[in-house]
Design a protein around this ligand. Sequence first.
Ligand code: NAD
Ligand code: UDP
Length: 346
Amino acid sequence: MARINIADKRKVALVAGGAGFIGSHLCSELLTAGSRVICVDSYLTGSRANLGDLLEDPLFSAVEHDVCDELSFEERIDCVYNLACPASPPSYQADPIHTLMTSVTGTANLLRLAERDGAVFLQASTSEIYGDPEEHPQGEDYWGHVNCTGPRACYDEGKRAAETLCFDTLRAGNVDARVARIFNTYGPHMQPSDGRIISNFIVQALRNEPLTIYGSGLQTRSFCYVSDLVDGLLRLSQRQTNPLGPVNLGNPQEFTVVKLAEMVLSMVRTKSYVVHEALPEDDPQRRRPNIARARELLGWEPKVALEEGLSQTIEWFQGELASARLRRRPGSARPQAQVAALRQDY
Ligand code: NAD
Ligand code: UDP
């Protein structure tokens, strides 16, 4: 692994999950801001392709490592960003025990590293900790409605336990741990075959395949463009004082799945139409963040409207298709087949 000059006083950021969709954008922004960046990733759902030009930057290092195994670095680290965890339902359900251990053991390993160096620790938590919410919109004080034995529990409960680890470590005075509860985020670098709604719909439309709506399509989500989300993560990690509680980061504009399908169909020249498939078990029916806390503490709110973000994401997927990396179907979110396809694509 590359080492920096001891006289170099620039900040050192470690991004676990840095080769993933959000992580790769975060690495890029940190480098632009002048930090040295160490990406730690097992490439389970991320890829070196996401890192692209970053791999040529002398201030960037990519380390292949599973965070479930202990980490040791000689370099002193100023901030640990923990984004390591598969995020799409098909990929986190493909090996649920590993997903759970990634959030629990992986977070504990990374917290130890932050403790050693007195680093700020930023945990990428999720709106999934609210489960299928009975409160709407979801504020940080809501404790959630999660089925702890269902197929989403490996992710939801893993992320909840990771938050517990963060706040217990913070209360013990050992680490300046901060928690971002991220709501559905989209943009370039999403794996075309990972099964999430925006990547599925765009890739299906570009291939003239039917758009797969699960259930009635009346369930809702609120979609945040990746540049807005990364801005929120940086504001939270760089805030002078610890906010002492989780902070929702998401776009409060709420859309039904049907509406999203209509938007994609109107923005892509396609012969696609809509088909309905079974609703996955425990699929949350409504989701929308209350972002009053992020507005107040971070001065943050999303700037990119869905139509604009979709247009940029469509353009990016068009480029991916043109470069012939998309030879496989995105699948319709059936775990094993999708993860197998995903591993072969990249
Ligand atoms: P992603 O799957 O693209 O990225 C996750 C990255 O973590 C991948 O590069 C993967 O290879 C890596 N990884 C997974 N398990 C690992 C392990 N055990 N050790 C090392 N690396 C590992 O997903 P994403 O959408 O970029 O999500 C990033 C983070 O943000 C995740 O923690 C996710 O839970 C959280 N999040 C994302 C969203 C969203 O809508 N994208 C919403 C809520 C929370
Ligand atoms: N969904 C859908 N068709 C797809 C993929 C997802 O209708 O091809 C639905 C899914 O059932 C859920 C919503 O879109 O209600 C968001 O799903 P996604 O997997 O993107 O994220 P999450 O459920 O984790 O919010």
